[in-house]
Ligand binder design. Structure first.
Ligand SMILES: *Cc1c(COP(=O)(O)O)cnc(C)c1O
Length: 467
């Protein structure tokens, strides 16, 4: 498979190159040149497979010929072996045709593990073959950092530096990062905000000399391999509920649009998807887009679902490319205007086409907490605030009552215990393997919000490790 940029002005790459590049040279995002198709028999055969084997079958056409399907299967089995549910991504029934897809059984209790556990191994495999090493730098406000650290820990060819704003991530989130004492992992607490951390990371990538010298790489959600790995659970859930003979709807709590875009990719591969419902919190730029066809940036508000506190959803550009009939220069124009003017409008006929598949709904904190309380009352289950937005959005935009509706549960309730306790009076407990998290030793380095200081620290750490 070859990969092309959404802005149409970067060279096409093979899978391995797209994996290592992340962002395209023209500022665009990579997408497969065409959508591989699964026929009805292939869908049926997936029903009997383990999650890891189904993952290898779904991803093989995207990855070949860089990795053979059996190699991919081995990496997938390793990636999902540490998950604490045998089904890996189990479906739990909430009502007659309502289901919850639990995506929080990985090491850091959020859905990002499903992609990153595999992507960390793909990186290591490819780097080993090329005899190269990479320095991953990233900024986090919460879930991504811990998932990236868990995915890269103890991998010989990867070093990881994760920046978080000192004192501004939750205690569980901080400890999930700082208690990983692997030699190749380094946590940096920046005396500043999340935006400061993100600006520092961008500045490091823009510093050509530093970037080349350190061989910087990224595992953020614009990396195609992350989207690819997320397609798998849409397919396994769809097949479990009757695909290819029956269509299924999905409701997805959305921030950067990476997760729900994987649902779109599954539908392009032939999975019968009746609807993709986008759930937003108060930061509802996407909901407004699907309601009106216009995207207008505003300011970011803090909510009880912080992993969705985003205004500009980077993966939305991939959808734009699809609905602009893959015209890269038209996408580059739209994105340029959006950056300059803060608005983007799709012509009415294209926008209407998006709404045949997509619908959207937004919920403020009060409605989110009320949903957590209602689901607890009706089913006994505790939802985290992000998952609650998925469930609420599904209920608000449900297609026909007979279509199975799957809401994606993107985090374990114990990851956001304060909100869950506020809604239900019950404080969710961490799973047994994390029960001693609050007693484990932490390691991190506090640095000022200063590019030179951060670069000097990274350089020094790497030189010391090499000595
Ligand atoms: C990252 C995250 C989201 C948002 O997912 P996107 O792919 O960015 O849309 C939702 N819920 C949780 C718990 C997350 O960590």
């Amino acid at each position: 498979m070859r990969y092309i940029s959404t802005r149409g002005a970067a060279p096409a790459l093979d899978f391995e190159e797209a994996l290592l590049a992340g962002l395209a040279a023209d500022g665009g995002l990579y997408l497969p040149e065409s959508w591989p198709q699964l026929d009805r028999d292939q869908f049926r055969r997936l029903a009997g497979l383990s999650y890891a084997d189904a993952a290898a079958a779904v991803m093989a056409p995207f990855v070949g010929p860089a990795l053979a399907e059996d190699e991919l299967g081995r990496l997938a089995r390793e990636a999902y072996a540490g998950f604490d549910h045998r089904a890996v991504a189990p479906l739990v029934q909430l009502g007659p045709a309502d289901w919850l897809l639990e995506l929080f059984h990985g090491p850091t209790l959020a859905f990002k593990d499903y992609a990153l556990q595999l992507v960390g191994r793909l990186f290591d495999h490819v780097l080993e073959r090329r005899g190269e090493t990479v320095t991953i730098v990233g900024a986090t406000s919460g879930d991504t950092g811990s998932a990236a650290i868990e995915a890269c820990r103890d991998r010989a060819r990867i070093r990881v530096f994760i920046l978080h704003p000192k004192g501004r991530v939750s205690e569980v989130q901080r400890r999930q990062m700082t208690t990983v004492l692997a030699d190749n992992v380094c946590n940096i607490a920046i005396m500043g905000s999340f935006d400061d951390c993100q600006d520092l990371v961008k500045a490091m990538f823009a510093d050509r000399r530093f970037r080349d010298e350190m061989r910087l790489g990224a595992v953020n959600s614009i990396n195609w391999a992350r989207v690819m790995a997320q397609i798998v659970y849409y397919v396994t859930a769809g097949v479990a509920l009757g695909a290819p003979d029956r269509s299924v709807a999905f409701a997805v709590p959305t921030g950067n649009f990476g997760n729900v875009f994987a649902g779109y990719a599954a539908s392009r591969m032939g999975l019968p998807v009746a609807k993709l419902v986008v759930g937003s919190n108060r930061n509802d730029i996407l909901t407004r887009f699907f309601r009106t066809g216009a995207m207008e940036a505003g300011e970011v508000h803090a909510t009880v679902s912080p992993s969705m506190d985003i205004q500009i959803s980077s993966n939305f550009e991939r959808l734009l490319f699809e609905f602009m009939d893959r015209d890269g220069s038209a996408v580059a124009d739209l994105m340029g205007r959006f950056r300059r003017e803060g608005t983007l409008r799709l012509d009415p006929s294209r926008w209407r086409r998006t709404t045949e598949l997509f619908d959207a709904a937004r919920f403020d904190d009060e409605e989110t907490l009320a949903t957590i309380a209602r689901v607890r009352r009706e089913t006994g289950l505790l939802l985290d605030p992000h998952s609650a937005i998925g469930v609420a959005a599904g209920a608000a935009c449900r297609p026909h009552a007979s279509v199975p509706l799957v809401a994606l549960a993107t985090a374990h309730p114990a990851k956001f215990p304060d909100a869950v306790e506020r809604a239900t009076g019950t404080r969710p407990a961490l799973p047994p393997r994390l029960a001693d998290l609050h007693r484990r030793p932490e390691r991190m380095t506090v640095l000022p919000n200063d590019l030179a200081a951060v670069e000097a620290f990274i350089r020094g750490t790497i030189a010391e490790a090499a000595a």
